[in-house]
Design a protein around this ligand. Structure first.
Ligand SMILES: Cc1cc2nc3c(=O)[nH]c(=O)nc-3n(C[C@H](O)[C@H](O)[C@H](O)COP(=O)(O)OP(=O)(O)OC[C@H]3O[C@@H](n4cnc5c(N)ncnc54)[C@H](O)[C@@H]3O)c2cc1C
Length: 539
């Protein structure tokens, strides 16, 4: 076959996944990344013997990862079933305790995490959440007996949404309005269009259970009060395939994916910021021809995929004269997801430390009002909820002997709010660390802490180049879902594609891997890639 060349701007997990797929489809692919390390949000901070994953920590759907490690050059398997029939029952924990499939194991060790999350309420009680329905039922009976029966009904509703919304429609690319209207009646029937919190509130009476069964979209930038109830599928995705951890951290997974990409013959260039996507006018068409780096170097290619933030891609990288659909006003009109403050810290272990888990959600005194402060009013409230991650409980290699490495993540307004993080950041970090210490989550933390740093929305805006400092791209809400979400195939520029959390289907590591496959499929079709390759047969 004729070799074609592709450039992928950005090495987030979606960018690398797409690059692996393009390389396997036969394109000579180069990733150009502005930072000095691959991973994007999954960048790794290494300080004083501590290893901090700066972003994603909760891995789900390990067979998406396995699929990438199974790819070969010119054997792309894009037409293979997205969810093979055995996938629901085929997630064994090996005798070695690992959960990654056979191809994954050649590159990185993946292990299951239990409980999935320990969720603390403001009154100090907690809920251990895992896949075992009897266990979950017992927890509900202990904390909110009035909700046991509602849970059974919620479980069935979430299962139906998962089966239709994820197993059947998960890989549907909504490139046209018609494709969306075709599935709308089904989703309406399942109640998947209403806000998630409304759906959950129908089944649960207690505030605690309403929080437990609605907080998960926050991990992908969604406001539980606004995100469509199709996101109830997250509950079932986790229940079906578990929650996992890559030994050595998510950074080890990124390194493994890069290794796979390079073994397939791809090239990764770091410290290579793209200043402009080069577009040529050919007749009536505007056609992507390559990129210009900030250094002035020109890289020509037959197609360009941007893994950079959606808004940044159009506003900063594609000249206005080439944009009829994604005009400035349209791009800026879209709602951006919330942002985050993330505090990375290392502390000395102490005997008798409280019983925290690998993943802890610590909810504050307010829920709906706090969400409204963050997403709608865009004010930094006095109170906060947080996700406390302590990987050293699973993997001591992340910290020097006798120490824990941890991060705590607090949803905060994006930079369209008025917070001056230069002034507020340090005080807010003190407050959060003080809370963990004074409320007994990590007693004596202030004295025991040997390392601390943090990032604020300014990091997302200035370092990662995300418009308005969004943590997760455009906010997942009904009006920005499916067809209404930015398109993976540019409507403005032929040969320009997008991949990652700002595109379809959405944010989170499994979704960006799905987006990589959806984008690669569009490319395979547009470039008439040999069907034998698409079907996984040697060319
Ligand atoms: C703190 C945090 C915790 C999270 N936790 C989880 C979790 O536990 N589980 C989960 O599933 N998801 C989680 N997420 C979400 C998940 O991390 C993201 O949805 C996903 O990693 C985004 O991947 P992406 O491919 O869209 O690209 P990104 O990670 O956004 O990477 C984009 C890349 O493009 C590069 N780039 C931008 N502009 C240019 C340019 N002009 N030239 C060259 N390169 C450029 C950037 O430097 C960056 O490397 C978390 C996110 C954050 C921020």
């Amino acid at each position: 076959m004729t070799r074609r060349s592709a450039i992928v701007i950005g090495s987030g997990i979606g960018g690398i996944a797409c690059a692996i797929r393009l390389q396997s489809l036969g394109f000579d692919t180069t990733i150009v990344e502005q930072l000095d390390q691959p991973g994007g949000r999954a960048y790794v901070r290494r300080e004083q013997g501590f290893t901090f994953d700066m972003g994603p920590t909760v891995l789900t759907v390990p067979h998406f990862i396995e699929e990438l490690f199974a790819l070969e050059r010119d054997v792309a398997m894009l037409a293979a079933p997205d969810f093979p029939p055995d996938v629901l029952s085929d997630n064994p924990v090996g005798s070695d305790g690992k959960t990654g499939g056979p191809n994954t194991r050649r590159y990185v060790d993946i292990v299951p995490i239990l409980p999935f999350y320990r969720i603390y309420f403001d009154d100090g009680t907690f809920f251990d959440y895992n896949a075992d329905q009897a266990h979950v039922r017992a927890q509900i009976a202990r904390l909110a007996p009035e909700d046991v029966e509602g849970y059974e009904r919620f479980h069935e509703a979430a299962r139906a949404i998962f089966e239709r919304g994820f197993l059947e429609l998960g890989y549907t690319y909504f490139g046209s309005l018609g494709s969306m209207f075709g599935v709308l009646p089904d989703l309406l029937k399942l109640g998947a269009i209403q806000p998630l919190f409304s759906l959950v509130s129908k089944y649960f009476k207690s505030d605690k259970m309403r929080q437990v069964f609605s907080f998960e979209p926050l991990l992908v930038g969604g406001n539980p009060l606004k995100v469509p109830a199709i996101y109830a599928m997250i509950h079932f995705v986790e229940k079906t395939w578990g929650i996992h951890y890559a030994m050595g951290g998510t950074g080890a997974l990124v390194a493994a994916l890069v290794r796979k990409f390079e073994e397939l013959g791809g090239t990764l260039r770091l410290n290579a910021a793209v200043a402009k996507i080069d577009v040529e006018k050919r007749g009536r068409s505007h056609v992507a021809a390559g990129v210009t780096l900030a250094s002035g170097e020109l890289l020509a290619a037959d197609l360009v995929v941007s893994n950079a933030d959606y808004a940044t891609t159009y506003l900063r990288l594609v000249d206005k004269v080439h944009r009829k659909i994604n005009r400035d006003a349209v791009v800026k009109f879209r709602k951006q997801s919330m942002s985050l403050m993330v505090i990375y810290f290392g502390y000395a272990k102490r005997d008798g430390d409280p019983d925290l888990r690998h993943h802890n959600i610590i909810l504050g005194p307010r829920y709906e009002e706090l969400l409204t402060d963050i997403f709608e009013r865009k004010i930094l409230a006095e109170d906060f909820s947080q996700y406390l991650h302590i990987p050293t409980l699973t993997d001591p290699s992340m910290a020097p002997e006798g120490h824990h490495a941890a991060y705590t993540l607090i949803p905060v307004p994006n930079t369209l709010g008025q917070t001056d993080w230069g002034v507020t950041g340090e005080q807010f970090a003190d407050k959060v660390i003080g809370f963990l210490d004074d409320r007994g989550y990590i007693p004596g933390l202030r004295e025991r802490m040997v390392y601390r740093s943090f990032v604020t929305p300014e990091y997302f805006e200035q370092v990662l180049g995300s418009y308005a400092g969004n943590g997760f791209g455009v906010e997942p809400r009904l009006t920005q879902t499916a067809f209404f979400r930015p398109h993976n195939r540019s409507e403005d520029v032929t040969g320009l594609y997008l991949v990652g959390q700002g595109t379809q289907p959405g944010g989170g590591t499994p979704s960006v891997m799905m987006s990589a496959k959806m984008t690669a499929r569009e490319i395979a079709r547009d470039f008439k890639v040999d069907q034998r390759i698409v079907e996984g047969l040697p060319a």
